[in-house]
Design a protein around this ligand. Structure first.
Ligand code: IMP
Ligand code: MG
Length: 183
């Protein structure tokens, strides 16, 4: 759906579908350059990273393997619960592999710092992070994202895979959710 379908629920559209695709194209070019001559496994963090994975993978002009993990760090609200659990593990043995974790947003950084050390304990050749969005708090965590689409503010955003109570994931654009929706 388009922003017009949920107009009353959004304070503003932050990034349009076109802007997102263009930015992912730039990140894909960086990734191609950095992993030239190396095999690459991209790992999407379900469910939010589905759209980013689909478009980033297709923007890559090279072979890439895709695998998925599901972790839970949030309840059903807008604040992190602080607890990370693996709901679905990788199907791939990543020892000796170059792994790029793909996520849609880093908020506290809790999920990805936990996930990075979990994957690093499996003896991969490397583990890096690509995230479409990054919030300010993430700067305080020991999690370094090598590829970042945009740094944004602290507001809660939805669309392009990002949900509020499982809705808005299928919104083409990314927008700031109006407080009246969750308060
Ligand atoms: P973190 O562990 O605090 O970095 O949270 C990461 C996860 O929280 C993301 O992968 C999202 O699933 C969720 N999240 C954080 N901020 C937002 C937001 O603004 N909108 C929707 N989901 C969010
Ligand atoms: Mg996520």
């Amino acid at each position: 759906m388009d922003a017009a379908h949920v107009d009353d629920d959004l304070v503003e559209v932050l990034f349009t579908e076109k802007q997102i695709h263009d930015r992912l194209g730039e990140l894909a070019a960086d990734i191609e350059r950095d992993y030239d001559g190396k095999d690459l496994l991209i790992v999407g963090v379900l469910r939010g990273a589905v759209m980013v994975m689909a478009d980033l993978a297709r923007a890559l002009g090279r072979h890439v393997e895709m695998d998925w993990m599901a972790v839970s760090s949030y309840g059903s609200g807008t604040k992190s619960s602080g607890v990370v659990r693996i709901l679905k593990d990788l199907d791939t043995d990543i020892s000796g592999r170059h792994v790029l974790i793909v996520d849609e947003v880093i908020d506290t950084g809790l999920t990805l710092s936990w996930l990075t050390s979990n994957l690093n304990s499996r003896n991969p050749a490397s583990v890096e992070i690509c995230t479409l969005l990054r919030k300010p708090e993430a700067q305080q965590m020991p999690v370094q994202a090598r590829y970042v689409g945009w740094d944004i503010g602290e507001e809660f955003v939805v669309g392009y895979g990002l949900d509020y109570r499982e809705n808005y994931r299928n919104l083409r654009d990314i927008g700031t959710l109006a407080p009246h929706v969750y308060s």
